[in-house]
Design a binder for this molecule. Structure first.
Ligand code: DP6
Length: 350
């Protein structure tokens, strides 16, 4: 039997990270990254992963390298490389390629500091997915890209293939054909140009976090507060969606902060508990409350880590950045903003 070979091809894509206003926390199927609850995020612009993928027809090993951004490449190793190998297998299956029909050469780079402790898997797997589909010469709708990115095991990657303000449902409703409850796909609630919001990221942690999101999802339901959280979420989700559509920061801010605290409350009351915050995390939260007391519009949110994302309208950005930079324990402030999602590029890493 002859195995049909794909044409050789090469593509480079970049995809941004995203910050969740309503968090994905807890999975009904962790292996497939199927969430218990819907989430809403803002796609960023500057915190990006950029990835080149080359398709090599015929049998061979996949090769994965880290690009240093200055022309250098070094082989990727360990758990990081293993997750990429796993996702390339999933993409081969999606493309209908038999094992041995093609191998991939991959090089990837993050625009944000590698040691920043910021989750890079959402942007990384979104960029890998978009570049691989393009290198294979295939077309995929945004919904299909979202579904494919999710199969990396990083659920938040499902949101990074879409621009602007994005909702990722927990299941796919009957209104979205083909209605497959086990294939929820993210979609834009409002495009980036609907509302210019800034995200100033106060880096207080520079190492890798101790407990992965994966472990957090696994433990979430052991918290005695998890059912209460799920009961409250539909109302909070609705309030966040309405605040985005109405560009109403005063309505958005308390819901976003309450949600971030809820995520960490669940983590801290999981069995065994997970503590992501550092003392400087609390210092930043206090600085943001103080800013608000002075009439500056700002609110905080944190993912599964100690760093704090401070959201604000453009006219508050300078005041927020200055206060964060002056807060004890903040190493660096990254300035990002809402953006449009993945892009294809003509320049490749190799
Ligand atoms: C707290 O399973 O997508 O960021 O693969 O580490 O990016 P990574 O995590 P994932 O869970 C994301 C958890 C979260 C909340 C969110 O982004 O919705």
């Amino acid at each position: 039997m002859t195995v049909p070979l794909p044409a050789p091809g090469k593509a480079t894509a970049s995809a941004p990270a995203n910050i969740a206003f309503i968090k994905y926390w807890g999975a009904r199927d962790l292996e497939r990254a199927l969430p218990v609850n819907p989430s809403i995020s803002m796609t960023l612009t500057r915190c990006r992963s950029r990835t080149t993928v080359e398709v090599r027809p015929g049998p061979g090993e996949d090769e994965i390298a880290l690009a240093d951004g200055a022309g250098g490449l070094r082989p990727a190793a360990g758990a990081f490389a293993a997750r990429i190998h796993g996702h390339l297998d999933a993409l081969r299956r999606w493309a209908g390629l038999a094992p041995g029909a093609a191998s991939f050469r991959v090089a990837t780079h993050n625009s944000f500091p590698a040691a920043a402790g910021l989750a890079s898997s959402a942007s990384g797997f979104a960029a890998l997915t978009v570049a691989t589909v393009a290198a294979l010469g295939r077309a995929a709708s945004p919904a299909e890209l979202s579904s494919l990115a999710r199969r990396s095991g990083s659920g938040s990657a499902a949101r990074s293939v879409v621009g602007g303000y994005v909702e990722w449902p927990a299941t796919r409703g009957p209104a979205t054909p083909p209605a497959d409850a086990d294939d929820p796909v993210a979609a834009t609630v409002a495009p980036a140009d609907h509302w210019d919001l800034r995200d100033l990221i106060a880096l207080v942690e520079t190492g890798a976090k101790e407990v992965s999101s994966l472990a957090g999802h696994r433990r979430a339901a052991t918290s005695p507060h998890f059912d209460r959280r799920l009961a409250e979420l539909p109302h909070r989700l609705d309030a966040v969606r309405r605040a985005i559509l109405a560009r109403d920061f005063a309505a958005l801010a308390p819901r976003v902060e309450e949600e971030a605290i809820d995520l960490h409350l669940i983590a801290m009351s999981s069995r065994p508990p997970i503590f992501y915050w550092q003392p400087a995390t609390l210092a930043v939260l206090a600085a943001v409350r103080a800013l608000r007391g002075e009439g500056v519009a700002a609110c905080s949110t944190m993912d599964a880590g100690a760093n704090v994302h401070v959201l604000c309208p453009p006219d508050a950005e300078e005041a927020v950045a200055a206060r964060l930079a002056a807060t004890a324990g903040v190493h660096e402030v990254l300035r990002d903003r809402v953006g449009d999602g993945p892009e294809l590029h003509d320049e490749h890493f190799f």
